[in-house]
Write a protein that binds this ligand. Structure first.
Ligand SMILES: *[C@@H]1O[C@H](CO)[C@@H](O)[C@H](O)[C@H]1NC(C)=O
Ligand SMILES: *[C@@H]1O[C@H](CO)[C@@H](O)[C@H](O)[C@H]1NC(C)=O
Ligand SMILES: *[C@@H]1O[C@H](CO)[C@@H](O)[C@H](O)[C@H]1NC(C)=O
Length: 241
């Protein structure tokens, strides 16, 4: 008797859950959560490939509604780096050449080649102030503060240090997240290898905690977006093509 009752209850709960999904009661949002440590002497670390798709039909010409992905989080280090290294969030076209050049034996040359094409399209306050693409962050970021490349708090998901907004409504595509021990000298605009041996006795490590969200959580403006309010389903898309 008791087991029959609980069995019925289980079925009832499953049915309600299925009904809620079918009725669109839960937002269709997928996320990936990445945590770990990047040892600067590893030079390059590929973190994730994530597909951002248009998840809903948007009728209005409201750009807010066309936003369909966020990449946000914290990146800190216990050690202060002499110059910051780089977090890159790139679409496939930009990523392939950058990725192919990472293996150059001379790492200064590797850094220069990796960023050669990107330099023409990526915004940099010091070196390319008229470019539009927002693909790079200087890392690590100071604990308790926004990353230096975030000049507007409203553009950053609350409780995080940086945010990339993926908003290209017409072309759903994969984005590739990676870290590399390269820095741009802001007086020469040249890229160089962050050779830790010049600055530290031990290689510094950089801790990251990054969330990738596919879908527009509630179509809210970013400053109101609270990631904890949404039911996220985790998925595995992390393979290099
Ligand atoms: C790193 O730099 C920050 C800001 O300049 C400073 O407050 C902190 O004490 C430094 N940390 C170390 C370990 O030197
Ligand atoms: C991330 O950084 C923000 C701002 O510095 C801080 O409020 C938050 O607690 C940090 N979160 C984690 C998980 O470290
Ligand atoms: C950047 O370049 C200038 C000019 O060549 C040089 O004086 C400076 O030391 C360089 N900075 C770094 C961090 O490499």
């Amino acid at each position: 008797m008791g087991t029959l009752l609980s069995g019925r209850w289980n079925r009832w709960i499953v049915l309600v859950a299925v009904w809620m999904l079918a009725a669109g009661g839960l937002p269709a949002v997928k996320t990936a959560h990445l945590t770990g440590t990047f040892e600067v002497d590893d030079f390059f670390r590929f973190l994730h490939k994530f597909g951002f798709q248009k998840t809903e039909k948007h009728s209005q010409k409201d750009t807010e509604w066309d936003t369909f992905g966020y990449i946000y989080g914290n990146i800190t280090s216990r050690v202060n780096l002499t110059v910051p290294v780089t977090l890159a969030v790139l679409d496939k076209r930009s990523f392939l050449e950058y990725y192919a050049n990472r293996n150059d034996y001379d790492r200064d040359v590797a850094c220069q080649r990796m960023f050669e094409k990107l330099d023409k399209i990526v915004y940099s306050r010091a070196c390319n102030p008229h470019a539009e693409a927002d693909y790079l962050r200087r890392i690590p970021c100071e604990k308790g503060k926004l990353c230096v490349d975030e000049d507007t708090r409203e553009n950053v998901v609350p409780g995080s240090q940086f945010t990339f907004v993926i908003s290209d409504p017409n072309v759903p595509r994969f984005w590739y997240v990676s870290m590399v021990a390269c820095y741009q000298n802001v007086s020469t605009c040249q890229w160089h290898h962050y050779d830790y041996r010049k600055f530290h006795t031990d290689p510094p490590s950089i801790d990251y905690d990054i969330t990738l969200v596919n879908g527009n959580p509630n179509r809210q403006t970013l400053s109101l977006f609270n990631p904890l309010l949404f039911h996220f389903s985790f998925d595995q898309q992390n393979t290099l093509e």
